[in-house]
Design a protein around this ligand. Sequence first.
Ligand code: ZN
Length: 605
Amino acid sequence: MTISEAEIAQVRSATDIVALITEYVALKKAGRRWQGLCPFHAEKSPSFSVNAEEGRYYCFGCRVSGDQITFIREMQHLDFVEAVRVLADRAGIELHEDDSSGPARKERQEFLAAMDRAVEWYHERLLNSPDARPARDYLRSRGVSGEVARQFHLGWAPDDWDALSTSLKFSEKVLEGTGLGFVNKRGRRQDSLRARLIFPIFDSANKAIAVGGRILPGAPENPDGYREAKYKNSPETPIYSKRRTLYGLNWAKDDIIKSGEIIVCEGYTDVIACFQAGLPRAVATCGTALGEEHFRTMRNFAKRIVLAYDADSAGQSAAASVYQWERQHEVDVFVARLPKGSDPAELAQRDPSALVDAVATAVPFLQFRLDRVLDAANLSTAEGRARNAEAALRVLAEHPSDLVRDQYLLKVADALRLDLATLRPRVSELVRNPQAREPVAERPVQPRVSEPLPRPGLEALRLSLHFPHDVKDRFIAEYFVNDVQRGIFQGLRTGQSVSEVVDHLRRQGEDAAADVLSELAVDELDREYTVDDVTAVVAQLLRAAVTQQMRDIERELRSSEITPDVANATVRDVKERLELLDTPQGASAEADLRAWLLSRSGSSE
Ligand SMILES: [Zn+2]
């Protein structure tokens, strides 16, 4: 548990405080000091000052102060000993502690070293191995040269079960701890990624912490007939936290600081495309939606955040959260207006200067949302203008600042040729009473997204989204006990694209469902699904749906809609079949329960 004073002093003197803090905050030289925006409180002008010689920092705004160790403690939420260990690792100093938590640190070190070797191995394969030719051809066709592949350390995971595991001879612990592989049902080591282009993910200090893998277009289906997810990322591990990580930040940091701007994309290839187009300040989230922790990181580097998403995804960003983050972290969120159907990677290849323009002329998030409504406006009839005004005012009412709302209200009045005096009270009403934002009053109140949704339902939706053909006949609407989830499932059933379903749900005022679906659509699958997994999900859904019906039967019994013997017989029957679900007779039990649920809902399939 204890580290000697001498070693602590050694760690301090080996850690250049300016270099350390620059991993988190942009610092500029000001006389003998270094200055930057304080990472501990939100501010627009720099009051955070670092003294390199003394190894100390101080903030004139919030008055925090400290040295290398306190800084890393605060930034990474560590205790003293952990912070010293992090800095010792960073400086390559070996501590002589007599403790019990040493192993966890050793393990982290071991995982980082393994990830580093794996990234090099994948990279080497891409550059030199004959079997990586299709990957190299694909990259070339997308305008990615060998030089760029080297810059981003791209790699190739061969089409083999265990090429990485056997070549690098990783232990089971390392394979599973890094997410690079696992031990399969036959007790053999297996790689997590095969036949995929590898995008290594680094932390802001340039250490490889995870990998993302993309299948090549036209890749064959895997043997059990499942279409694989296009992207597959490392799972969360002791060295990798998705919600904290921004892909590309390690390369983009310098230009972000210089330009005061950070470009946020949806995919690895978008980031690379931005760099190639002359915008070396792009990052991407790693298989999660942009969230609180990302903003916490970004605000330390730049105040102008430009979302470079395709138009539909940008429109679906949760407005309330974006405004909250803008306020809380004192940043401004802009949206680059990309041509409909384009993402940065596609646009950069076709017309790089158009991408640069789109970023330079990005509009504030609220304006982007308003424009979407106004661009679709039908100005030829009074009814059309009124309808669009209502939609625009609803968008406007989401913004928390009345000063901002008022400025945009003028634009709306102008664009729709309506009187400001009639619009203003309606906005105030919508702001005061968010319920009135629901377009139709009779609709039952939708559950809020923040309520946890049943997990099997989410799992089923994820499967329906990513493997629509494989699971087509396994799920029915009656399996979903949650209204939001049932609504999404029915939407997906129509065979429309996700964006169309989202738009439809929004038009119906089902924003909660639209939000959940938008999030699911960017959510990546962490693993492959087998037939057994689907069966397990069906069983869980059935249990929940049957339980709900049991409650209804109780109610029917109380109100004498059915007699006790009918109720008892039904309950006995159903329970018997539930018990059979995990046995060899599972399939017929599933079919019986499904038929029973359908008969209860009165629908015929
Ligand atoms: Zn401060």
